[in-house]
Design a protein around this ligand. Structure first.
Ligand SMILES: Cc1ncc(COP(=O)(O)O)c(C=O)c1O
Length: 499
């Protein structure tokens, strides 16, 4: 058992004696479960020195706590905590409970209730959306490269807030040839994943109270960014066949639109060139208040298109007409192509917006580890990234094919796959019988995590969503083996057959 570090143990100066102040401070740590059962208390001499009290005071306090059953002494080994918090008090912080107002208690209880403890197994298991194949990452190669870069002392210091130049250079080349993105390294900002890039983008172009339009269903995390930034959100419905209803932009006088044009998340549709041009046209016009408009393009998993060649980026298309001045913020991530855990994303912004974005990033903090950036730069520049993507594309294509095949095998024509052959998930719907929420709950009992389409809808609009959305599920296949996929779909079919 790790010896207890006295950490922030403090003696309350208002107490009449040092002995009673020390007694109360140690008792408080034990009662709050901050010092664990069986933990070894600091030696009397050490504690006396740290707290500048006499050794006799510490010994007297330890003996009192021992007499009261909080601690015990073991011959030759010191004092150990022997008091265990009764179960019913386990989650109650005695001291801080005393200090919290009734309102804070409500907020805390609400938050604790809503946020179940993180379970990596559940979050990454078959059919959990958004997880790539974790086993396929080139761990050995990265470990070797990381080991080299870790020996370069100068990489251990402060980082460029914009991100490592070698990485921005490598990304600039990759993005221009693979996604037709117009991106000089000076206009690229490295972020801690696409999520941070979205936050930076919103806070660089909008003030609280201003308006954004986004897809509904859409990326749930983006709604959190908008909510936290006090942005007024309007929604653009997404049709299962035709995709996001871009015509709504004609009547929208807000400053920005957030889109996932190449693989709508989570419906899996894509915007055709006409619709893309319509968005670009909208962004070239100013708002009634003569303010510039923006498109935020989230290109999160466009590398994985299986049936067709992917559409080039909307940013690249806009740049053809407007050059570097095009009002498009292009956002991407390595979370799908490599691993979510490496936490690297990027944004490409017009020159005029670089400083503003950097000031937002500077304020919120959160640089990517420089060693990781160096490894990634090398990985891209040497062609390994492209090779990895090609390999994963073939693998995911097969997984997507097997998923759809298994759905047809068990459900025949009763299930319709909405999403295109792309990305890391399949979105499918059916008519009648179990709702998606019921199917999800039954499947959960069988050890499979899946999402309902309604999870991705704005909560206030759920009752107005088309009826079929009640019976639509979103299943990730990235981190599922072919066998997991077959078994998972079979389990889903069992849920339906025993309803
Ligand atoms: C549509 C979309 N955008 C952005 C992200 C964010 O990716 P990250 O913050 O892990 O880079 C995700 C992750 O699932 C996503 O689905």
């Amino acid at each position: 058992m790790q010896p207890i570090d006295i950490g922030d143990l403090r003696l309350d100066a208002s107490n009449t004696s040092k002995q009673s102040a020390l007694y109360l401070a140690v008792q408080d740590k034990i009662l709050n479960g901050l010092w664990p059962t069986n933990g070894r208390l600091p030696a009397t001499r050490l504690l006396a020195e740290e707290l500048r009290v006499s050794r006799n005071t510490v010994t007297a306090v330890y003996e009192q706590l021992k007499a009261e059953g909080y601690i015990e002494s073991r011959r030759g080994a010191g004092y150990f905590i022997q008091w265990a918090m009764p179960d019913q008090y386990l989650h109650t912080n005695i001291n801080s409970e005393r200090q919290r107002s009734p309102e804070t208690k409500c907020v805390v209880a609400d938050r604790e209730e809503k946020r179940p403890p993180f379970d990596a197994h559940v979050r990454n298991r078959p059919f959990a959306p958004g997880v790539p194949d974790l086993a396929q990452f080139p761990y050995k190669k990265w470990a070797r490269s990381l080991q080299c870069h870790f020996q370069r002392a100068h990489l251990g210091g402060q980082n460029d807030i914009q991100g490592n130049l070698a990485l921005r250079q490598a990304l600039s080349d990759y993005l221009s040839f693979s996604r037709s993105v117009d991106a000089s390294p000076q206009r690229i900002i490295i972020t801690v994943g696409a999520q941070q890039a979205l936050y930076i983008a919103i806070n660089a172009i909008l003030d609280a109270g201003e308006k954004v339009m986004m897809e509904n269903p859409g990326y749930a995390q983006m709604r959190k960014v908008l909510d936290r930034s006090n942005i007024d959100v309007s929604y653009m419905p997404v049709d299962a066949i035709t995709g996001a209803d871009i015509s709504l932009l004609d009547k929208f006088d807000g400053k920005a639109v957030y889109l996932t044009p190449s693989n709508q998340y989570p419906m899996g549709t894509s915007l055709n060139t006409n619709d893309r041009m319509r968005c670009i046209e909208w962004a070239t016009q100013k708002t009634q208040g003569e303010q510039a408009r923006w498109i935020i393009e989230d290109d999160y998993d466009s590398e994985f298109q299986f049936a067709n060649r992917p559409y080039p980026s909307l940013q690249g298309l806009a740049a053809k007409f407007q050059g570097e001045a095009a009002n498009v913020i292009y956002i991407g991530t390595f979370s799908k192509t490599l691993l979510p855990a490496i936490r690297v994303g990027y944004m490409v912004v017009p020159e005029s917006l670089v400083e503003k974005c950097l000031s937002v990033k500077d304020a919120i903090g959160g640089d990517t580890a420089m060693h990781i950036e160096e490894v990634l730069a090398e990985f891209i520049a040497e062609g390994d990234y492209l090779r990895h993507i090609r390999k994963m594309r073939t693998l995911y294509q097969e997984k997507q094919r097997v998923f759809v095949e298994a759905l047809h095998q068990h459900f025949g024509d009763e299930v319709e796959v909405i999403s295109q052959a792309a990305g890391l998930h399949v979105t499918f719907r059916w008519q009648g019988g179990l709702t998606a929420l019921e199917a999800k709950a039954l499947l959960e009992e069988k050890g499979v995590t899946i999402r309902t389409l309604l999870f991705y809808c704005d909560a206030d609009s759920v009752s107005d969503m088309p009826e079929w959305m009640q019976r639509t599920l979103v299943a990730g296949f990235g981190n599922s083996s072919l066998d997991d996929i077959r078994q998972g779909v079979k389990k889903l079919a069992e849920c339906f057959s025993c309803q």
